[in-house]
Design a protein around this ligand. Structure first.
Ligand code: ASP
Length: 524
């Protein structure tokens, strides 16, 4: 075994070790420092909210004065944030000192919030939550490196998707190979996403995390009015201007649409054109992949910094009120990734799922740390080809398409999230939620998972579309935002895992031997 090969094999251990260090450093920073959202006052639980016991400059970042409008004895009843996920004002009732702390931690920095006070006459004060705090200054260097790492990955997304899909299609020659691989790929994507959404539906109905959950949401809040059309996903798939699609990482569906057509029509062109264009895109793809290989070397450090940033900023305290909901999502992800997909890999692909998972681990760990299938794509492609021994012909078609279109974890999460909120509203007596709506949610979850960009929190944003289509209040999704990051990390792993399983299954059906193993499954 060559030195380079040994290095590559050991990569997943490096990444894992660095991830563990990241979590430990992040958790230490989180527990030993004050969050950026400190209001500079010590508060205690009181009737109607929390009472300001003393103004404590020591809780504030260096050099910052306490807000003058805040006085000892004031009772703070609510925090009003001027920007929620929906871009409108969000009011969070303050019930306890611990609750206020968690909210401020979650809010982060730089946002303007006002506190509604009950102290004498109700008043409200506006205060700026400062970006500088001891926690922030410790996290800053990690955030800097993490940002550079993510920018490097993002930089590669558009060139990689464009060149890999075009070479994928031209490699297939546009004839029956293309049709067969296309059908298999789409079949796999739709089947696994539906299985995932169905599993989500089953578990959320068995565990029923939403019933009687104490979410503190205003039930009589205005229900979503502007119901959105999910079929718009298909309309938006067609770019009006390819160059503006290239300029936004969120427009991957449009880029894929264009690349598929472009690649296909290369195969339909005259011999000279076909040869020139194929050679050009193959050469471009090779260069981008070499760049991706170089970026791979930074993965261990990148994930370490990302985890310090995520764990350091969020901590673990926000999980409690939504523990059952999180558990349901987590369980569904584990069953789908640990049972359903491995069975497909084993019985349809004839590949040993454990060995496949081990080979794919660098991509899975990158997915976990970046929360983005698209950002993981350079690592995914490299891993599938180098460690998974899948041909470029299959991987460059299946993986880039999958990173945007195939999101099993997201499909399952949409289903559980929406039904969780629906259960909550139904149990407060304000909403009927029957079988038809449940079926609708499964279909909507499938469409949402196809339409969601492979970027952090895209799934949560898509959830707003489903909620508004069901005419449920959008406030619910804002609440889920607090715990979205850890769930996003986990569902992105499942999204990427499903893409890699797809390549294994399809490659072996195409007569290849992923991992260099003998393929047991019959070839069609
Ligand atoms: N972050 C996920 C991904 O990139 C999408 C989501 O938010 O569900 O795969």
């Amino acid at each position: 075994m060559s030195g380079a090969e040994t290095g590559r094999k050991a990569l997943h251990w490096w990444i894992l070790g660095f991830m563990a260090i990241g979590v430990i450093v992040g958790a230490t920073i989180q527990s030993m420092t004050e969050g950026p959202g400190s209001i500079g006052a010590k508060v205690v639980d009181a009737e109607g909210g929390v009472r300001v016991e003393s103004i404590r400059t020591s809780l504030l970042p260096k050099g910052r004065k306490p807000t003058e409008a805040l006085a000892v004895g004031d009772v703070i009843s609510a925090l009003v944030l001027d920007k929620g996920v929906e871009g409108r004002e969000r009011r969070i009732a303050v019930e306890s000192a611990a609750g206020l702390r968690a909210t401020l931690d979650e809010v982060g920095y730089g946002m303007v919030a006002s506190l509604e006070r009950v102290g004498g006459a109700p008043r409200s004060v506006t205060l700026e939550l400062e970006p500088t705090s001891s926690r922030n200054s410790l996290i800053e260097p990690f955030r800097f490196v993490a940002d550079i790492f993510m920018r490097l990955l993002k930089m590669l997304i558009v060139p990689l998707v464009l060149t890999s899909i075009i070479t994928g299609v031209t490699g297939l020659g546009g004839g029956s190979d293309f049709g067969r691989l296309g059908r298999r790929t789409l079949g796999y994507y739709i089947m696994t996403s539906l299985l995932a959404a169905g599993l989500g539906l089953l578990l959320v109905n068995v565990i029923r995390p939403g019933e009687g959950a104490e979410l503190g949401l205003a039930v009589d809040a205005a229900f979503g009015s502007e119901s959105q059309n999910l079929w718009d996903i298909f309309r938006r798939m067609v770019p009006e201007n390819v160059f503006s699609a290239f300029s936004a990482n969120g427009q991957m569906l449009q880029i894929i649409f264009f690349a598929l057509l472009f690649g296909y029509f290369i195969t339909r062109s005259s011999d000279t054109t076909r040869a020139t264009m194929t050679q050009f895109f193959e050469a471009a793809f090779e260069v981008v992949m070499r760049l991706a290989q170089a970026v791979m070397l930074t993965v261990p450090v990148g994930v370490l910094c990302l985890l310090v940033k995520v764990v350091g900023e969020t901590g673990f305290g926000v999980f409690k009120p939504l523990a059952w909901y999180m558990l349901t999502v987590f369980l569904a992800l584990v069953i789908h990734a640990g049972v359903v997909l491995p069975m497909l890999v084993r019985f349809v692909g004839g590949v040993n799922p454990l060995r496949w998972a081990k080979a794919m681990s660098p991509a899975l760990m990158t997915a976990f740390s970046t929360s983005s299938s698209s950002m993981t794509l350079p690592v995914t492609l490299e891993t599938i080809e180098e460690r998974g021994k899948v041909s470029n012909k299959v991987s460059s078609f299946v993986a880039p398409l999958g990173s945007t279109v195939n999101m099993d974890g997201t499909a399952l999460y949409e289903c559980i999230g929406v039904i969780f909120l629906a259960q909550y509203y139904a149990s407060t007596g304000n909403f009927e939620f029957g079988f038809t709506q449940q079926v609708y949610v499964v279909i909507a979850a499938l469409l949402a998972s196809i339409g969601a960009a492979g970027i952090p929190s895209a799934g949560l944003v898509m959830m707003l579309t489903i909620l508004s289509a069901l005419e449920l209040p959008l406030e619910g999704a804002a609440l889920l935002l607090a715990v979205d990051r850890p769930l996003d990390m986990c569902r992105t792993v499942v999204n990427v895992w499903s893409d890699t399983c797809g390549t294994a299954v399809i490659a072996s059906r195409e007569g290849e031997t992923p991992l260099g193993e003998a393929v047991a499954a019959a070839q069609t």
